[in-house]
Every structure is written in C-alpha cells, then in structure tokens.
Design a protein around this ligand. Structure first.
Ligand code: GDP
Ligand code: MG
Length: 605
C-alpha cells in the first residue's frame, strides 16, 4: 500500500454514543470481520473483560481494513481511543498516529462534556474532524437540534454532519467515503531513513513484547535490525504485520502504515511509549515523545488477610504489565501491615484497576482514602506529598511550612438548563472558583448549558461524580483538565483510638470542612468498630486540637451471658465464632480490630 491510499483515523465519542457499534459496522462493511447476526453487539475492539462489562474502552485498540473505492484499494487504520478524561494520556498517544477523527455524537443525547476535551486534543494536533450523528433510527433522535449544539460547542458546519445509525448500518457507507475523501493521507517518504513511532505495547508469553508502531518514514521489513532512540538498545524484527483485526503477518510496513512488530524485546519496560525506532546504525532525530502519564490520585492497597501480601503484590505486578500508567511502590502501615501504594491517572482509573485486581486476585482488598499529590512549601524547599501519613502538621510552627498547594482542575459540565442551579450549588459546595456558563442551544428548559469552573482536584476524587449524576437525574456530563497548583488552607486530620493515632485513617482536609469531616468520620468509626472490654474514646484531631469525639462503651466479657435458657450447643457455637474472629483481629494500640472493619471503614460512602 502506498501512502496516498492510507487513512489513519480515530473515533471520538462519549461513552455509550456508539463508538464500538460503529467500529463493528465498519469492520463488517469492509469485510474485515463476518457480518454479525442481526442485533448482536460484537464489540470486537473491547478486549479487556472490564471494558466489556462496563462498556468503556480503557486501552486503545487498533484495526486495519481494506476498502475498494474509485477503482483503488484503500487501507484504513482505525486507532481506537478511550472516551474518558482519566485516560487523556492514552487519547493523546492514539491521536498522534492519526490524520483525522470521526466525532460521533448520539442524536438523542446531544453533546457531552467528555467529547469536548478529546475534540480539543484532536484539533490541537491538526486532525481533520468528520462530525457524525448516530442513532437516528431512534424516535427520540433530534438531529437538527443536536447539529446546532455541535456548531455551538465545536464550531462545526452543520452541512458537514453525516447522519447514521450504527445499529442498522444506515449511512455507514457515507462515513467510509468521508474517511477516504476528507482525511488527508499520512506524509512520509519510503526512501527516507526508517522512523517508526511506538504508540502501544502488549506482552505475549512466547514472543515477548509486541509493539504497535506507526511508520513515519522509510520501510520496515522482517529481519531488519532496529534500535530505540530512547534506550539505545538494538533489536532484530522477528515478525511484523497489520491488525486485521487480529495480527496478520506481512513482509513489510510502509510509510503511514500502522502495525505490530515483535523484536525479541524481553521486558515491557523496554517498549517506551512515544519512542522512535530507527535502523541500527542510521540514527534519526526522535519525534517529540509524550509527557509521561502523571498519577493524580494515590491510595494504599492492602490484603484483608495480611498473610496474603505476596499474592496481592504478584497480582498487582501482573496487572501493571497491561496497564503501565499505574505507579507502584511498597508501603507499610502499623494498622494494616505490608501493602502497596498505587498512583492512578484519576478515580475511574482507580475503580477500574480495583475491579480488575479483585477479579484477578480473587478477593476484596482494603483501599485507603484516595489522596492527590500536594506540594508542601518549606522556607528552603518544596516537597510533593501524596500520602497523608507523610503530611506535616502545619499547625505546628516548628515545622516551618510556608504554604501548602493543591492541584486544581478546569471542569466543564454540560447539563439541561433546568439543572443549572443545582449544578452551581454542587460546584460551590466543592470550593469552585471562576464559575461561568453559556447556552449551547436555546430550546427552553431542556436546552443544554455548558458550565465551567476551577475546582480542587481533591474535591472531585470522592463523591463528586455520584452527586453530579444524582442531582441532575443522570443528565449531566462532566470532564476536567489539569490547571496547575494553587495555595490552599489544608490540614492533616488524624483519628485516635484510645488516644493512639491510627495511621491508615489519616486524611488531608480543607480547613473549612474539618468540623464536618471530623464529625462524620468519628460517627462512622463508632458504628463500625466492635466494642472492647473497656471504654474506647474515638477522636478526630488536627494538630493538638480535638475536633470531634465519640465514646465506644465497654461490652460485658461473657458473650454467652445474654443467651437466656442457654441451650448448650448454641452456647458452644457462639464461643467458637468468637474464637474464629479473634484470629483475624488486628491490635491497634490497645484496641482489637478485625481487619474487615478497615474494609468497611474505607469503603467509600
Ligand atoms: P460506546 O460506549 O461508544 O462504545 O457505545 P456502544 O457501541 O457500546 O453503544 C452503546 C449502546 O448504544 C449499545 O447498547 C448499542 O447497541 C446502542 N447503539 C449504538 N449505536 C446505535 C444506533 O445507531 N441506534 C440504536 N438504536 N442504538 C445504538
Ligand atoms: Mg465501547
């Protein structure tokens, strides 16, 4: 395939707007996969179990199709992009290999916040955008009104919008034609020195690391000796080919092509995303790589039974082979024993990883409260702290903390007008600043409004998203981008059981919320912690100040005392139960806690 018959493109869409369905139809229409039985949703590209379950794409997948048009055969490479903000890094790396993108919008739902941020990345990269309205088969579809929204949100000419039903296949041929006619072919000369852009990798037990590459210049053949600009290591290409949609070996990859290579790379860490590969001995200028994925949410992960730590760590290691954006370090806690501290791109990323971990490791895990990375400014240095136990007591002047800064995000919320007031309240109660809004269309109270504001990242890592959904009856969509750091009045809150602090429960909170947070947590702990032989004060403290307190009263030593008429067997069973649970008790200071209590305490909500 020569360059001028190659088209590299992505589909940008909000979750559920039909990206996987459209991908299936494109693969069928081009004969890449067998036509599915009517109504069957194949979701060929969503390979991860959690992706199928949650109906979201986490890892970008790639597929090539061949389509005849105007007497020529075109090679169309679809590079799938995740549809969620947390995976913005995956989005930018998949878009780097494309010249165009389909912007897919559900004609019954309208423009959603998440399509806007991905759209902005695509436009920044100079991609040709093809607007597509999906689900026009549904009676609730409002193609004209949504086209107006697309014009307001994206500056798109309504004339260019293609109306389709990915489900029935109607209009999908027009999409294929637009891909060929409107998206420019990639640039790059076959005679130039080899320059291949590595944008994804996976691991195969037999062949080692499999990398996905986009050839920018030159031709890559089986048996070629190549080298990495990043690691300077040399390899020999043992196999290469295209994803059609599974791996199909070919003899060469030419400029503009997207394909896979195996080259006896043994460790996943050798495949550096954003790396440039070149012919060994013929160095080239590396292409601008990527900012490395930046973890924005950290949490400690512990096994419920501390004897299981090695098994848990093994499962985490295996998962990070397929999700390299998770940061892992070991940590230990006096209350929870040995565990791992994990850094995630965002909260959805954390949820997805937790679910994959629980599937893989086959048990529940204890996850400590999520923490964002804070900057603590001392008179002579700045430290980044993402673990509450390492956060200094700012109320103690001998610590000489000048100020604390927290990460801020620029948030966009798209919502029907009637919920605008409710959404503003939600934002203000989460310390919003610079709130602004404008209308996307003007069809009364159901017309859509876009609300933007700055929010502290920590305010959206816990319950913000759930509240957004419930307070807008599910109609609001939400997205955010990084907006740097800002000084803030933050303090460390510790919880004491019988006057001893419990490290795993420490939190970083804003001054304005310390009373409310302290009281709520103390209440929650009081409900969950089992009674002891003696009275236990439960306290929340900021520095030396006690913010809230509850007292857990003592229970009577003889557990069978309350069982009247004492049937012997019943008594025995009760005593055995007590023995059984003793084994799993964890001593925190002078208080015995079942490890499960930590699971209950730290479960969100
Ligand atoms: P994704 O999250 O963007 O990948 O969306 P999916 O392709 O998984 O589609 C989400 C849901 O919308 C599924 O239940 C699809 O069957 C349905 N869907 C997708 N396209 C259409 C369409 O054109 N018409 C109708 N009626 N349903 C569609
Ligand atoms: Mg999908």
């Amino acid at each position: 395939f020569e360059r001028d018959v190659i088209r590299n493109f992505s589909i940008i869409a909000h979750i559920d707007h039909g990206k996987s369905t459209l991908a299936d139809r494109l693969l069928e229409l081009t004969g890449t996969i067998e036509r599915a039985q009517k109504g069957l949703n194949q979701q060929v590209l969503d390979k991860l179990k959690v992706e199928r379950e949650r109906g979201i794409t986490v890892k970008a997948q790639t597929a090539s199709m061949v389509h005849p048009f105007d007497g020529r055969k075109y090679l169309l490479n679809l590079i799938d992009t995740p549809g969620h903000v947390d995976f913005a890094w995956e989005v930018s790396r998949s878009l780097a290999a494309c010249q165009g993108a389909l912007l897919l919008v559900d004609a019954t739902q309208g423009v959603q916040a998440q399509s806007i941020s991905v759209f902005n990345v695509a436009v920044e990269r100079g991609l040709k955008i093809i607007p597509v309205l999906n689900k026009i088969d549904l009676p609730a579809a409002q193609p004209e009104q949504i086209a107006v929204q697309m014009q307001a949100a994206f500056g798109i000419d309504p004339e260019e919008v293609i109306q389709i039903s990915a489900k029935t296949g109607k209009g999908v041929d027009a999409v294929l034609r637009a891909i060929i006619e409107r998206i420019p072919p990639p640039t790059g000369e076959a005679t130039a020195p080899l320059k291949a852009f590595l944008f994804d990798s996976s691991y195969d037990r037999y062949r080692g690391v499999i990398s996905l590459v986009n050839i920018r210049e030159g031709v890559l053949r089986k048996g070629d000796k190549i080298a990495s600009c990043y690691t300077r290591k040399k390899y020999e290409v043992t196999e290469l080919g295209i994803m059609h949609p599974e791996e199909v070996p070919t003899t060469s990859l030419r400029p503009g092509q997207v394909g896979y290579i195996a080259c006896n790379m043994k460790e996943s860490s050798e495949a550096h995303i954003g790396d440039t590969l070149h012919r060994a001995g013929v160095p080239v200028e590396p292409m601008p790589g990527f900012k490395p994925a930046k973890a924005m949410v950290y949490a400690g992960v512990y096994p419920i039974d501390s004897n299981d730590f090695l098994k848990l760590e093994e499962s985490i290691k295996r998962l990070t082979l397929t999700d390299r954006s998770v940061e892992v370090t070991r940590e230990s806690s006096t209350a929870l024993g040995q565990g791992c501290r994990l850094g995630f791109l965002g909260t959805l990323h954390m949820d997805v990883f937790r679910q994959r971990l629980e599937d893989e490791y086959d048990a529940n895990v204890i996850i400590t409260a999520p923490t964002v990375p804070y900057k603590v400014v001392y008179h002579d240095r700045v430290e980044t702290v993402s673990n509450p136990t390492e956060f200094p007591d700012v109320t103690d002047s001998t610590n000489r903390v000048v100020e604390v800064q927290e990460p801020i995000v620029k948030a966009s919320i798209i919502v029907p007008q009637e919920y605008l007031g409710e959404m503003m309240d939600l934002c203000f109660s989460h310390r919003a600043e610079d709130l602004d809004h404008r209308y996307l269309d003007s069809s009364g109270s159901s017309g859509r409004t876009i609300l933007t504001c700055n929010l502290p990242l920590t305010e959206i890592v816990t319950d913000f998203f759930d509240q957004l959904k419930s307070r807008s009856s599910g109609f609001a969509s939400f997205d955010y981008e990084d907006a740097g750091y800002q000084p803030s009045k933050l303090v460390k809150m510790t919880f004491l059981l019988n006057n001893k602090p419990v490290d795993a429960l420490a939190l970083i909170v804003h001054r304005s919320a310390e009373q409310a947070v302290g009281r709520a947590w103390v209440k929650k702990l009081h409900k969950i912690i089992p009674r002891q032989m003696f009275e236990v004060p439960i306290q929340a403290a900021v520095g030396r100040r006690i913010i809230a307190r509850e007292t857990l009263s003592a229970y009577r030593a003889d557990v069978t005392a309350g069982l009247y008429g004492g049937h012997h067997e019943r008594k025995l069973k009760h005593l055995n139960n007590q023995k059984e649970s003793k084994k799993r008790m964890k001593r925190v200071g002078t208080v015995d806690l079942p490890q499960e209590a930590f699971y209950d305490m730290l479960k969100t909500g």
